[in-house]
Design a protein around this ligand. Sequence first.
Ligand SMILES: Cc1ncc(COP(=O)(O)O)c(C=O)c1O
Length: 322
Amino acid sequence: MILEPEKISLIQGPTPLHRLNFLSDYLGIDLWIKRDDLTGFAGGGNKGRKLEYLMPEIIAGGAQAVVACGALQSNFIRQLGAACSMHSIPCHAAVMDLPYSQSAGPPSEAGLKDQGGNVLLDELFGVKLHEYPNGEWEELYDRAEQLALKREHEEFRVYRMPIGGSSGLGAYAFHKACEEVGSGFDYVLTASSSGSTQTGLTAGFLDKGTQVIGICADPEPEVMEDLTRVADELHALFPNLPHLQEGDFDLRLDYAGEAYGVPSQAGLEAAKLAAQSEGIVLDPIYSAKAFAGLLDLADKKEIGGRVLFWHTGGFPAVFALP
Ligand SMILES: Cc1ncc(COP(=O)(O)O)c(C=O)c1O
C-alpha cells in the first residue's frame, strides 16, 4: 500500500486521451496522444502535475520565498510562478538564455527570443526573473544558490526548487498519471529533460507491458544520471514503488539536435506535420523534438503496434521562435 502524499488541485484531469487518425494511417501504427498540453493550468504542460504535489511541500515547510532556476523560456518557471502567486509566495528564478553542460560547451546557434512566450507570461504570473549571462548548468545552480542565500539573509524561509521540479514527488505525479491511461499500449514516448516525467512514467508502466521511451531535449549523456537520481528519490519516498535502475530507462539522445534550447530542423518539420495533419501544436524545444523521434522510430520500425505520444505542452514557446 502507498501512503498518498498531500496534493492540491491545479490541473483539469484526467487530460484528454485520443487517437490520431490521420497520423496513424500515415505512419502505419495505432497512434494515440495524451494531452498534458491541455491541463488548463497556467498555459498547460507537464509541470502542473508535479506542482500539485510540490506545492503542499512548499506550503507545509512555511516557505516565504521559492527559488528556482532554468532557461529563460522555461515552461516550468511559468507554471511554478502561477502556483506560487496563488499562494502569495514570491517566486524568484535564476535564468540564462541558453545554459549548457561542460561536455557540450556553448551552442553555436541561437535559441528562442529573449522576450514574448514564457517570458511574457512569467511577468503576468508574477515571477521575479534574475537573468545572467550564458554559462554552464553548474554556474546557473550557483546563481540560484546565491539568490536563496540572499533571501535567507533577509530572513525569508526559502524553498529551493530542483530543476524542472524533478524530485521524488515530481516523479510520483507522473507515476500517478499512468492511472489515467491504464494498460494496452506497446510504447509510450515523451519528451525528457530534467527527468521526473520519464521516471514517473517508466515506474507507472513497468508492470503493464508498455515500453516508455524518453526523447531527450538535451544531447547530454549526463541526463541518465538525473533519471537515476530521481528514481532513487522516488523509491526513498515510496519504498513500495519499483526502484528503477539505469537499465530500466530507454533514453534517446539522438533527437536533441545541436543543443538544449535550440530548435532542431527535424523538430520544426515534425511540429509542422502535427499541426497540419491533426491541429496539434508542439513546442520547438521539447515536444517537437520528441515527436521527431517518434516519426523516425516508426519509420525504422523500432516502434509499432499501439503507441502513445505523451504531449508535455510548451505551447507558449512557439511565440518566442526567432
Ligand atoms: C514542454 C516540456 N516537455 C517536456 C519537458 C521535460 O520534462 P522533465 O523535465 O520532467 O524531464 C519539459 C521540461 O522543462 C517541458 O517544458
